[in-house]
Design a protein around this ligand. Structure first.
Ligand code: HEM
Length: 186
């Protein structure tokens, strides 16, 4: 195979796969913000069903990203620390997304949207953590640092993501009840 001919197309598909993951993260962010502001059960299930359709971006994006990445390594790169971080990140994203978030979404759907307060903090934490890992992975793929830089970037993403997510996933209704009402006009 003529690698110099195929390589640019593989980079294109690799970036296209990345776009799928980023686009889904945007959808998930918008959905979680909506759930936080509007915890009405029927609208919770409607929003999650819509997000489920967007899941196709992941089903297509992940194999495209992985296969093109493996080809890029095979064609031109040794097994570098940033490539290892790419593989570890994909495993973490899969575990947090398919495993953790998937389980909470299923349970929330089974409760017909009524158990939002029990699941939203976990959904929010997993989302922020995944967004942080995804951003860090894009950074290591572009900057291609050495072992220390690659591991430190992933470590900062995990710890930073957990710190950012802390206490930010509660539905708004509870705090709205407690907030003072606006004074009426004279
Ligand atoms: C969530 C996971 C991943 C994301 C978001 C991601 C994203 C990216 C992006 C945006 C680039 C373009 C940077 C550039 O052209 O300089 C890139 C390059 C690259 N990626 Fe990934 N990647 C991921 C996983 C992987 C994996 C698992 C592999 C290998 C098994 C891999 C192998 C490569 C290689 C070899 C390049 C260098 C292309 C070049 O500079 O010529 N990536 N990646």
């Amino acid at each position: 195979m003529n690698h110099s001919l195929v390589y640019p197309y593989a980079v294109f598909f690799h970036v296209l796969g990345t776009m799928g993951l980023v686009a889904f993260a945007g959808m998930e962010w918008a959905t979680l913000l909506r759930l936080r502001r509007d915890p009405e059960p029927s609208r919770v299930t409607a929003a999650l069903s819509l997000l489920g359709i967007g899941q196709k971006l992941i089903s297509i994006g992940v194999p495209v990203l992985l296969l093109s990445g493996l080809y890029l390594v095979h064609a031109a790169w040794p097994f570098t620390p940033w490539v290892a971080v790419g593989l570890v990140s994909m495993a973490l994203l899969g575990f947090l997304g398919g495993g953790f978030t998937g389980r909470h979404v299923k349970a929330l759907m089974a409760s017909e949207g009524k158990a939002l307060a029990a699941h939203l903090p976990a959904l929010w934490t997993a989302f922020v953590l995944r967004a942080s890992i995804l951003t860090a992975t894009i950074f290591v793929m572009c900057a291609k640092p050495g072992l220390m830089g690659s591991v430190a970037t992933l470590g900062i993403a995990v710890v930073g993501g957990m710190l950012i997510a802390r206490g930010t996933g509660q539905p708004a209704a509870a705090s709205a009840d407690a907030s003072p009402s606006r004074p009426s006009a004279p």
